[in-house]
Design a protein around this ligand. Structure first.
Ligand code: PLP
Length: 360
């Protein structure tokens, strides 16, 4: 008996290349795209290990937990690291980045997270990109939590390495990811004797064995199920229209924020313009208790407690992918109201109004 997930014909090089073009279209990029066969930490680590080396200096912008991971990899590569840390309930400004670059002219690599799913903030990449381009450093962006949720234009913004994953707003699986790589970034990798080669982390191996070889033969068996799932989620986004998908995420964020306000719950990210469309974080006194009660009221709602010291008092509503919908937001607010011993009606009504206002 054949099984829908098993007994599949091999994924051809043509099909793989066409999925790659689908990712390039999604990112509106003319750069090379490498679809990496693993969760997004794979290309993020691959980019840092390929770009950083002893003698290089990196500006590592820390606006949430991933920045700490990047800083550790950069140091591990022997790079000098300038950490620019801002409170996780705000965004970094282009002015702060420009100042750090001016204070450290030797900076040749910048790592930044676009949207932070964990803390619910998002950074102004277009303006930051201008500052980085003026300085001339290589610019790596973690766009895992922004792709599909908000505008993402790596070429227009001067991003050299734009890393995405399928598992957030794209509504896909976690086991596949991708990175767009500029000519400048390829040159920088090629000049770096410490860049991984003959390694699962190596982006240069993919360039040599797949891209430069004309995309005729895959270097090894691709993660077939994840590739097919990525193809399916690209198709679903194309069918809905990328701008509709991002508008739906913006509406889910606005609706969650408005509903929470009716419940007397403050947003963790104070300024709405700095709040990520992928997930809304809220301040509550005892997050794990509130989340436990909310999940007891409705086990299906996408709410989670923040992890770690600064987020003990944070509840996160993950409204991404198919969860970026008014019914899901209403259900999350209703469960939170139950957890807080409040009436949900006004919150649900406010969410509906904000949803409609955002979608125009
Ligand atoms: C989700 C996410 C990733 C992927 O990491 P996981 O720990 O597997 O979820 C990377 N970067 C950002 C900013 C993310 O939100």
């Amino acid at each position: 008996m054949t099984h829908p997930l098993l007994d599949l014909p091999p994924l051809t090089a043509e099909r793989f290349a066409s999925i790659e073009r689908g990712v390039a279209d999604l990112l509106a990029t003319r750069q090379d795209v490498v679809i990496t066969q693993g969760e997004a930490l794979l290309p993020l680590e691959g980019c840092i290990r390929s770009g950083a080396r002893p003698g290089s200096t990196a500006l590592n912008v820390v606006t949430g937990p991933y920045g700490t991971t990047f800083g550790n990899w950069l140091r591990d590569c022997g790079a000098a690291v300038v950490d620019l840390e801002v409170p996780f309930d705000t965004a970094v400004t282009a002015g702060q980045v420009a100042r750090a670059l001016a204070e450290h002219p030797e900076i040749d690599f910048v790592s930044l997270v676009h949207a932070e799913a964990a803390t619910g903030n998002t950074n102004p990449v277009a303006e930051i990109g201008e500052a980085v381009r003026a300085h001339g450093a290589l610019f790596m962006l973690d766009a895992v939590a922004s792709v599909g949720a908000e505008p993402l234009l790596p070429d227009a913004w001067g991003v050299d390495l734009c890393v995405i994953g399928a598992q957030k707003a794209m509504g896909g699986p976690a086991g596949v990811s991708a990175v767009s790589v500029s000519e400048r970034a390829w040159d920088r990798f090629a000049e770096n004797p410490a860049a991984p080669r003959r390694s699962y982390l190596s982006l240069l191996d993919w360039k040599e064995r797949w891209i430069d070889a004309g995309r005729k033969a895959l270097p090894h068996a691709p993660a077939q199920l994840e590739m097919l799932a990525l193809e399916a989620c690209l198709g679903r986004i194309a069918h809905e229209g990328l701008s509709s998908v991002t508008a739906r995420h913006a509406a889910a964020a606005a609706a969650t924020r408005a509903g929470a306000a009716e419940l007397g719950v403050a947003p963790y990210v104070g300024r709405a313009a700095e709040a990520a469309p992928v997930a809304t974080t809220l301040r509550v006194a005892d997050a794990s208790l509130v989340v436990a009660k909310a999940l007891a009221a409705d086990p299906a709602v996408p709410v989670a407690a923040g992890g770690g010291a600064p987020t003990r008092e944070m509840v996160r509503v993950n409204h991404y992918g198919t969860a970026a919908s008014l019914p899901v937001v209403e259900a999350a607010l209703t469960a939170l109201a139950t957890a807080l011993g409040a009436e949900p009606a006004a919150a649900v009504a406010a969410a509906g109004t904000a949803w409609t206002a955002t979608l125009g």
